[in-house]
Design a protein around this ligand. Structure first.
Ligand SMILES: Cc1cc2nc3c(=O)[nH]c(=O)nc-3n(C[C@H](O)[C@H](O)[C@H](O)COP(=O)(O)O)c2cc1C
Length: 324
C-alpha cells in the first residue's frame, strides 16, 4: 500500500502537492475546490505592502486635508489587512489542509508587522514572497543581505514555520540557503516566478509577457533542487516553477524536494489535475516498489549520485555539437 504522506517545513501533509500563491488561492471558494481535488496544502495569495500603499496614496490624493489623508491611509491599510486575515481564519475554519500565508513587503517594519498579524490570525506557516530588484544602484550583496536581515528579524517575531520563496538570480544559492537555515528558517521554495515583460515592436512599448510557465522551465528548478538539497542536508526544499505533470513532481522529489508547488498547471488544467497527478504518482510508486516518499526522496540529489558534476554541467561543448 502506497502512502503519500510527508512533512514540509514542520507541516504534516497528506500528500506533497501544494497550491502555490496566486489568484487561485485568494478566496474561500477556490481554496475549497483545491482541497476537494485533493491538494496537500495551500499557500494563500500574497498580501502586498505596495498594493496597500498605492491604494491609500490614490485615495488620499482626493483629500486636501492632511488629517483626512492620514485617516484614509489607516483605513485602507486596515481594510486590506482585515480582508486577508478573514481569509486566513475562514480557510482555517473550513479546510483541514495546512494554510500558509504569504506576504510581500519592502520595509523591514512591515515584514514583521504583517508576519505577526498573519500568525495571530491562525496561519499554519508563513511564506515570504521576497524579491528586490537591483538595477545597479545597490551593492553586490544587497539582495542576499536583505534575505538574511528579514529572516533574522522574522525569527524573533513569529513562531510558526517560516518558508522563503527564493529568486533565481542569487549568486551562491546553496550558500544563502545554508545561512537561512542557520538563522532558523524552516524551508525554501525554488523558485518564485516574477511578472514577465515583453516589448511590443510595433508600438514600441513595454508590455506584459507570458503569465504562465512552460514545462521546459522545470529543468532549472530540478537542477537547483538537487544541488541545494544535497548541499544543505536536513533542510526542506519545495519545487516550484515549471511543474506541469506528475512526472515532474516525481523528478522533483528524486532531486530532493519534500513538496511540490503547482500554479500554472492549475490555471491551465483546473483543480482536477491534482487528483490525476496523485493517482499517477501512486501508480509509479507501486511499480517502483516504494511505499513512502522517504523511500525515494533525494535519491538522485547532488549528494547521493556518483557524479554530482552532472548537475554542474552548463555548457553544451561536446554535447549537441552535431545538433543542426
Ligand atoms: C496569476 C499569478 C499570480 C501569482 N501571484 C503570486 C503571489 O501573489 N505571490 C507569490 O508568491 N507568487 C505568485 N505567483 C507565482 C506562483 O506562485 C509560482 O511561484 C509561479 O507561477 C511558478 O510556478 P508555476 O511554474 O507552477 O506557475 C503568481 C503566479 C501567477 C501565474
Amino acid at each position: 500500500m502506497v502512502n503519500l504522506e510527508t512533512t514540509f517545513a514542520g507541516l504534516k501533509l497528506k500528500n506533497p502537492l501544494i497550491a502555490g500563491s496566486s489568484g487561485l488561492t485568494n478566496s474561500l471558494k477556490k481554496i475549497r475546490e483545491l482541497e476537494d481535488a485533493g491538494i496537500g496544502a495551500i499557500v494563500l495569495k500574497s498580501l502586498f505592502e505596495e498594493q496597500i500603499e498605492n491604494h491609500s496614496e490614490k485615495l488620499s490624493q482626493l483629500s486636501d486635508y492632511p488629517e483626512a489623508a492620514d485617516y484614509i491611509n489607516a483605513y485602507v491599510e486596515m481594510n486590506h489587512k482585515e480582508k486577508y486575515l478573514e481569509l486566513i481564519s475562514s480557510a482555517k475554519a473550513e479546510c483541514s489542509v495546512p494554510i500558509v500565508a504569504s506576504i510581500n513587503c519592502y520595509k523591514l517594519a512591515r515584514w514583521t508587522d504583517f508576519a505577526k498579524i498573519v500568525q495571530d490570525a491562525g496561519a499554519d506557516a508563513l511564506e515570504l514572497n521576497l524579491f528586490l530588484l537591483n538595477a545597479g544602484e545597490f551593492a553586490d550583496t544587497w539582495l542576499e543581505d536583505s534575505y538574511v536581515n528579514i529572516v533574522r528579524e522574522l525569527k524573533k517575531t513569529i513562531t510558526i514555520p517560516l518558508v522563503i520563496k527564493m529568486a533565481k538570480n542569487i549568486s551562491n544559492l546553496p550558500g544563502l540557503v545554508a545561512k537561512l537555515k542557520a538563522l532558523g528558517a524552516d524551508g525554501v521554495v525554488l523558485f518564485n516566478r516574477f511578472y514577465q515583460l515583453d516589448i511590443d515592436i510595433k508600438n514600441l512599448e513595454i508590455t506584459s509577457g507570458p503569465v504562465f510557465s512552460n514545462p521546459s522551465d522545470f529543468s532549472d528548478t530540478m537542477r537547483w533542487t538537487a544541488i541545494v538539497s544535497g548541499r544543505v542536508p536536513d533542510f526542506d526544499v519545495a519545487c516550484s516553477y515549471g511543474v506541469h505533470s506528475w512526472e515532474d513532481a516525481i523528478k522533483g522529489m528524486l532531486a530532493g524536494a519534500g513538496a511540490i508547488q503547482l500554479c500554472s498547471v492549475l490555471y491551465e488544467q483546473g483543480p482536477a489535475v491534482v487528483e490525476n497527478m496523485l493517482t499517477c504518482m501512486e501508480e509509479w510508486m507501486q511499480q517502483s516498489n516504494y511505499t513512502r516518499i522517504s523511500d525515494f526522496r533525494g535519491k538522485l540529489n547532488y549528494a547521493n549520485i556518483g557524479s554530482p558534476s552532472l548537475y554542474e554541467r552548463v555548457q553544451f561543448m561536446k554535447y549537441f555539437s552535431n545538433y543542426r
